[in-house]
Design a protein around this ligand. Structure first.
Ligand SMILES: Nc1ncnc2c1ncn2[C@@H]1O[C@H](COP(=O)(O)OP(=O)(O)OP(=O)(O)O)[C@@H](O)[C@H]1O
Ligand SMILES: [Mg+2]
Length: 217
């Protein structure tokens, strides 16, 4: 399966979730490749930092911030159980290519009534991709979300009626994500019995539960 974290909005958690999800699948023994489709190369930086720190390699990270992604990602998917794409910024051509590559698009959003929604342009790009890829599945992922607060509940309700629907697993506001990123590791490596680590495991379960097989192209 090729899963892409996409949102034209910056700083919503695309890289954080992509790295930790890839790591979770790798921990389960899956062969995982992460494609860094962001010219800023944050995921590549993370993997270099990890290498310098002498930490074991969990999954390969490849920089592919170009609009031929939809042709190259399926090639990489042949040798992997899962390919995770860390999405590009506001570049429509890159975004289109990532959308055409993916079997599943996850749109991280921060649950605030003001900015909990993806941009109209993002949703339009998903609709456009579905013309070519009717089997494309898309879900919002609520990130930095405190399920106990009214704010998060309200937004979850508002998003439940929406297309794409909200993934059942949500991720809280957890310092561990920033701490792990700074040291080139994953939240599960800091401590696998923390809320952040459990949320990532639940995210992987929820995605597996969608039952998306590898598309034949
Ligand atoms: N659930 C979370 N709890 C706490 N901090 C988080 C969480 N998710 C992301 N962050 C922090 O928010 C910042 C932005 O996250 P990240 O880099 O993953 O977003 P992004 O969408 O990839 O941004 P960009 O558009 O710049 O690529 C990072 O410092 C990250 O550590
Ligand atoms: Mg990023």
């Amino acid at each position: 399966m090729i899963v892409a974290f996409l949102n034209q909005k910056g700083g919503v958690g695309k890289t954080t979730l992509a790295l930790n999800l890839a790591g979770e699948w790798a921990r389960q023994g899956k062969r995982v490749t992460l494609i860094d489709a962001d010219p800023q190369g944050s995921a590549l930086d993370w993997s270099q930092q990890r290498e310098h720190a002498g930490k074991p390699r969990l999954f390969g990270v490849i920089g592919l911030a170009r609009d031929t992604l939809h042709r190259e990602a399926p090639e990489l998917a042949r040798d992997a159980d899962h390919v995770v794409i860390d999405g590009p910024p506001r570049v429509a051509a890159l975004m289109r290519s990532a959308l055409l590559a993916a079997d599943l698009v996850l749109v991280p959003v921060q649950p605030s009534p003001f900015d909990g929604w993806a941009s109209a342009e993002m949703l339009a790009l998903i609709s456009e991709a579905r013309i070519y890829r009717p089997q494309l599945t898309a879900r919002f992922v609520l990130n930095r979300c405190d399920a106990r607060t009214m704010l998060a509940r309200e937004t979850a309700e508002a998003l439940a009626d929406h297309d794409p629907p909200v993934l059942a697993a949500t991720i809280g506001q957890r310092i561990a994500f920033a701490t792990a990123a700074q040291s080139g590791c994953l939240v599960s490596e800091l401590n696998d019995d923390t809320p952040a680590a459990r949320e990532i495991a639940a995210l992987a379960d929820a995605i597996d539960g969608l039952g998306i097989g590898r598309a034949t192209r």
